[in-house]
Design a protein around this ligand. Structure first.
Ligand code: CTP
Length: 398
């Protein structure tokens, strides 16, 4: 959700400021661009050096540089932000935000920002309960700001009550939930298979294939960006998936079959991009096969067709998408797979296209639907191809 987003973190002078180091770290780990603007008092609780190191950006605090006189533009900073999180927000800052007081860079940036603003109050319990604070928070909500409620717990004063800043993980979760709202696949569950399968011959050898999993992972990332909750059943790959994606690692076609059957029932959209082995050794040799001068034959048995097995059991409201990798009679073979495996869509990629197929960062696809409507696409990055596939899927959901 945060990938590539510009997040401005405003830090004010409360003890909870020390937790913002973790907040910056979490946002950076989610691939956000982070800049920090802090009030002069906030520096008493956490150093700008810590925050600039973690955010990998200079920290903003003064209207101008003392030595050079150079202006630090709050206007530019406010416009840069896709999201502004003010955490911790003291009673003082909340009061200023409610009335428009503008005596520091953070407040000037707040008044200049056009993006959604999240406020995580933190203060002692009596300050939080005070009618003035309460009415200020009501006003901030009415102005469109989002309040991340303070929590009950032990406070810096030693008293116990409501006023602790929400934990960084929960702040990130609440902001993420907001970002998901209104996305086309919010509340949809997507199950994706990716990568190769590995069929063990003996303890050291296996039958594999050239799939790297790039296309399946690009689909999983795209589904996540579009707001879906994603389960990725992955054969062995070297790719990492975003933390929000639930990844189930498998090796063999049999393991992939079981993982898909354990997880397909709740899925609204099922996409099988994995290159599943069609054959597996009849039996696994317990010991390493010794070399000899004679020819070696390994007897293979067919694996179960995972995609076709889901085609048999899926409900009408579940959308099933398969892939077809062909070298000849491409459209005819793909249409045959679409019908035989009872799919809603099939994505055809041809091994004859330059830059398409295993290992490339690009792909050139043709999508065929149940009515045999054919749509051809240009050679594109796998991320753009994933967008095209989801655009087609979303058009069918409507
Ligand atoms: N597939 C599957 N289980 C298998 C084989 C394939 O789920 N045991 C899925 C793939 O994930 C893909 C689709 O079926 O979505 C088509 O795979 P492909 O290898 O192109 O076709 P096959 O059905 O294996 O037929 P063939 O190899 O003869 O082309």
């Amino acid at each position: 959700m945060f990938s590539g987003k510009n997040i401005l973190l405003g830090i004010t002078g409360g003890i909870a400021a020390y937790k913002t180091a973790n907040l910056v770290r979490l946002l950076k780990k989610s691939s956000a661009n982070v800049q920090v603007v802090m009030t002069p008092y906030a520096k008493e609780f956490i150093t700008p050096l810590t925050l600039s190191t973690l955010s990998e950006n200079p920290v903003h605090s003064e209207f101008s540089d003392e030595d050079t006189g150079e202006w630090d533009s709050h206007v530019e900073l406010g416009l840069w932000a896709d999201l502004f999180i003010i955490a911790p927000a003291t009673a003082n800052t909340i009061g200023k935000m409610a009335t428009g007081l503008c005596d520091n860079l953070l407040m000037a940036t707040y008044l200049s920002a056009k993006c959604p603003v999240f406020i995580a109050p933190a203060m002692d319990l009596d300050m939080y309960k005070h009618e003035t604070t309460k009415s200020n928070i009501i006003k901030l909500k009415a102005n469109g700001n989002k309040i991340i409620e303070a929590q009950v717990g032990e406070l810096a004063s030693g008293l116990v009550g409501k006023g602790r800043m929400e934990e960084p993980e929960a702040i990130v979760n609440q902001v993420e939930e907001y970002l998901r709202e209104g996305l086309p696949l919010t509340e949809k569950k997507v199950l994706i298979t990716a990568g190769p399968t590995v069929e063990q011959i003996d303890p050291v050898r296996f039958i594999g294939n050239n799939s790297t999993g790039k296309m399946g992972y690009a689909l999983a990332e795209k589904a996540n960006e579009l707001g879906a909750s994603v389960t990725l059943v992955s054969g062995p790959t070297t790719i990492d998936a975003t933390k929000a994606i639930e990844r189930i690692d498998v090796k063999s076609a049999e393991e992939m079959y079981n993982a898909v059957h354990d997880n397909y029932k709740n899925a609204d959209i099922i996409i099988m991009a994995a290159a599943v082995a069609d054959y597996t050794p009849q039996s696994l040799q317990e010991n390493k096969i010794k070399k000899s001068d004679a020819a070696l034959q390994i007897e293979l048995k067919p694996t179960k067709d995972i995609l076709a097995s889901i085609g048999e059991v899926k409900k009408d409201n579940q959308l099933l998408v398969g892939f077809a990798l062909e070298t000849n009679n491409e459209e005819t073979n793909a249409k045959d797979k679409l019908a035989r495996k009872k799919l809603d869509l099939i994505v055809l990629n041809s091994l004859n296209d330059k830059g398409a197929g295993f290992g490339f960062d690009t792909n050139r696809i043709t999508i065929i639907d149940k009515n045999n409507k054919i749509e051809e696409y240009e050679l594109k990055s796998k991320s753009e191809v994933a967008s095209d596939i989801f655009n087609k899927i979303i058009s069918l959901l409507k």
